[in-house]
Design a protein around this ligand. Structure first.
Ligand SMILES: [Zn+2]
Length: 61
């Protein structure tokens, strides 16, 4: 099994709702909370939370 390097910053706001990966290079990916899954659209709440997290992360840098 290959190990993916996870992003240090908050995931893409439109990334997978389960793992945050971009749709373009998602494929099938395993996470504990979901199991093996294909890219799935994040909820509006998730998008907003990620956007806020990104904004906060940018401030710290
Ligand atoms: Zn995913």
């Amino acid at each position: 099994m290959t190990t993916r390097i996870r992003h240090q910053a908050a995931p893409n706001p439109s990334g997978c709702r389960w793992c945050g990966d971009d749709r373009t290079h998602h494929g099938l990916y395993y996470v504990k909370s979901r199991g093996l899954h294909a890219w799935e659209q994040p909820t509006n709440a998730q998008r907003l939370a990620r956007m806020h997290a990104r904004r906060n992360a940018t401030k710290e840098n």
